[in-house]
Design a protein. Structure first.
Length: 338
């Protein structure tokens, strides 16, 4: 297969990002994740994958992306591969990956995965890859309003999966017989965290120098490209074209607007089992998980496609809001609509 050419190239926190989304490029019909992470991201998970020697004109991150397209990475699907030169983005942030070996747990379903390409030599090339991973992790944490306590290792999710308890960092570094990952960063995890924190403190997480124009796509979901109604350079025009049940997605696959016109104040909704309840429209922290019958407080769509719900029809629209609103739930968790 020829060397891949990115659809867009940007610079994020000093790291060159080549976008080549598997949701757009899947000629071999490889299996793909289908669970949305829109409005549900709780952190960044760091992995290590082994360094490989590549031909002139490419980098290991491109070759790992190409291997994924060719179905040579088995069932591994990550958001980013990072090497000493650049990063290649394989998945939009709105789509879950397959990387944490925790099934439908929070690792796979709610974190952005970074595969840092390194070797056991820990030479200058490896250190540059690690530095790029730290810069990217900091930028992503900042983008979603998260702090350093939301930086995870692959091993963290294995320990959670296996029922172990502890602080975030204890679970990040606690021995797990299945796998210790990121293998080359874990021995100095505390130093890596400090590096990420330093980039967080620097506040340089902006995206710059795009080589492709921002387009807003109108779809039922980011993964459902066939449902696309159009692509617009103007967000307002995209909103106008957005039918009921559709959303507007930015170039990274993030839902920036959802048309919830089918929902009304006081409407009864059946919340699916284990649905995350949020304290606001923007927070990524889950207050608790709920299910059962609720009512739409005002029927107004908020950010991330969330609606305010309450427990009784007579509470709908009643003030003070804090007393009667149970919380915010994403509309894609609504079951049978009453």
């Amino acid at each position: 297969m020829t060397i891949l050419r990115p659809d867009a190239t940007t610079t994020l926190n000093g790291v060159k990002i080549n976008e080549y989304l598997l949701t757009k490029h899947n000629p071999n019909h490889i299996d793909m994740p289908s669970v949305s992470m829109a409005g549900k991201i709780i952190g960044v998970t760091v992995h290590n994958t082994d360094w490989i020697t590549v031909a002139s004109g490419t980098t290991p991150a491109e070759q790992y992306t190409r291997a994924t397209v060719n179905n040579n990475m088995k069932d591994v699907r990550v958001h980013y591969y990072v090497d000493n030169v650049c990063a290649w983005q394989n998945l939009p942030h709105s789509l879950s990956g397959w990387h944490a070996a925790d099934g439908s747990g929070n690792g796979n379903r709610r974190t952005i995965a970074i595969e840092c390409i390194m070797s056991s030599a820990y030479n200058s090339t490896d250190k540059k890859s690690e530095d790029n991973a730290a810069k990217l992790a900091a930028a992503l944490l900042k983008q979603y309003g998260l702090n350093i306590s939301h930086l995870y290792t692959h091993t963290h999710w294995l320990n959670v999966r296996d029922g172990r308890n502890g602080t975030v960092d204890q679970l990040n570094t606690m021995y797990n017989r299945y796998k210790m990952c990121p293998a080359y960063i874990l021995p100095h995890w505390a130093e890596f965290k400090k590096k990420v924190q330093s980039y967080l403190n620097a506040g340089t997480s902006t995206i710059s120098a795009p080589s492709a124009k921002q387009l807003y796509r109108v779809r039922k979901s980011w993964a459902d490209a066939k449902s696309q109604l159009g692509a617009y350079s103007s967000l307002e025009n995209a909103k106008k074209a957005c039918k009921v049940g559709y959303s507007v997605f930015d170039a990274n696959g993030n839902a920036v607007y959802t048309n919830g016109g089918k929902f009304t104040k006081g409407q009864k909704v059946a919340i699916r089992a284990n649905t995350p309840l949020f304290a606001s429209a923007e927070t990524t922290s889950v207050t608790r998980r709920i299910s059962g019958t609720y009512y739409l407080y005002d029927g107004i769509a908020c950010k991330n496609g969330r609606y305010r719900i309450t427990t009784k029809p007579e509470f709908c629209g009643k003030a003070p809001v804090g007393q009667y609103v149970t919380g915010y739930v994403s509309w894609d968790n609504f079951g049978v609509i009453g």
